[in-house]
Design a protein around this ligand. Structure first.
Ligand code: PAF
Length: 285
């Protein structure tokens, strides 16, 4: 696997691949890789001739009080995992090469970038949209793959790409879960043993909520309140939200339709976990 630390190196490699007639799949990440990320490499490899991953802990998407400094970083281990999975190139830029001191551009996506996670993290989606736009302009891939675990992030990226006419196909990769249902996340490593035992309650609860909201006449206004209580009763410290939304617009809905999605974020001690599930059409009456 070729490792490029500068924009000029990665641009030269991408140009070479394109000149050779190879299609390019990109998997942007912040590192601390796990099987969830590697499954996105598999998606990119199925769709394209060559796969490039990026590892960059993006300062724009962290508020000053958040875990930017503590965010796990292990480029050596990330590189070994990527190359073991058949990824052909890794772009791992330094902060200064992406952000000059007077960097002053911000991409903000209204609508799908509001509510849900944006309430507790108002800066977050602007930071994601801005860095992803930069990475797409640097790499110019045919396809870029992002995890469905960050469902609102995926919606924001799709909308940004559509609105700005970025010439790339965005694909979502299914959430990969531990055996007990906990969605894989780089932040799971923050959990203590006691918190780790509580954590699967988040997925368990939204799955049960999905079954409940599928019943004829069921209303999310009641089920959402029940789900919040269940998550707290399991031992979570607080619940940011448990929302039932239309999967395309992310607007709140009260009754199941063909494209429902339950989105949630809750805090367990210092760690904020997110998850989501589709409320499958088969569950809808
Ligand atoms: O999902 C992530 O790892 C990050 O938010 C992303 C998309 C790489 C942007 O920094």
């Amino acid at each position: 696997m070729i490792i490029c630390k500068t924009k000029s190196e990665i641009r030269a490699l991408m140009t070479q691949w394109r000149q050779e007639g190879q299609t390019i799949g990109a998997v942007p990440t912040m590192g601390a890789l796990h099987e969830g990320h590697l499954s996105l490499i598999d998606v990119a490899a199925r769709e394209c001739d060559r796969v490039v991953a990026s590892v960059f802990v993006n300062p724009l998407q962290f508020a000053p009080h958040e875990d930017f400094d503590a965010y796990p970083r292990d480029l050596e281990s990330d590189g070994a995992m990527l190359s073991g999975r058949g990824c052909q190139a890794l772009f791992a830029p330094e902060r200064v090469s992406l952000f000059p001191a007077d960097f002053s551009t911000n991409i903000s996506v209204a609508g799908v970038g509001e509510n849900h996670c944006a309430i507790a993290r108002p800066h977050f989606f602007d930071g994601v949209a801005t860095i992803v736009a930069k990475l797409l302009l640097i790499l110019r891939p045919d396809v870029a793959v992002f995890g469905e675990k960050d469902f609102q992030q995926l919606a924001v990226i799709r909308r940004m790409v559509r609105d700005l006419d970025v010439d790339v196909r965005i694909l979502g990769g299914p959430t990969v879960r531990e055996a007990d249902g906990l969605a894989m996340s780089s932040r799971n490593q923050y959990l203590s043993a006691d918190e780790r035992a509580i954590a699967p309650a988040l997925f368990r609860t939204i799955r049960q909520a999905g079954e409940r909201v599928s019943a004829p006449g069921a209303k999310w206004s009641e089920i959402g309140a029940w789900a919040t209580g269940e998550i707290l009763a399991a031992g979570f410290t607080s619940v940011d939200y448990v929302d039932f939304v239309d999967a395309a617009t992310l607007e709140m809905i009260d009754q199941a339709g063909p494209e429902g999605r339950i989105l949630t974020a809750a805090r367990l001690g210092e760690t904020r976990l997110i998850d989501n599930i589709a409320v499958a059409p088969s569950q809808v009456d």
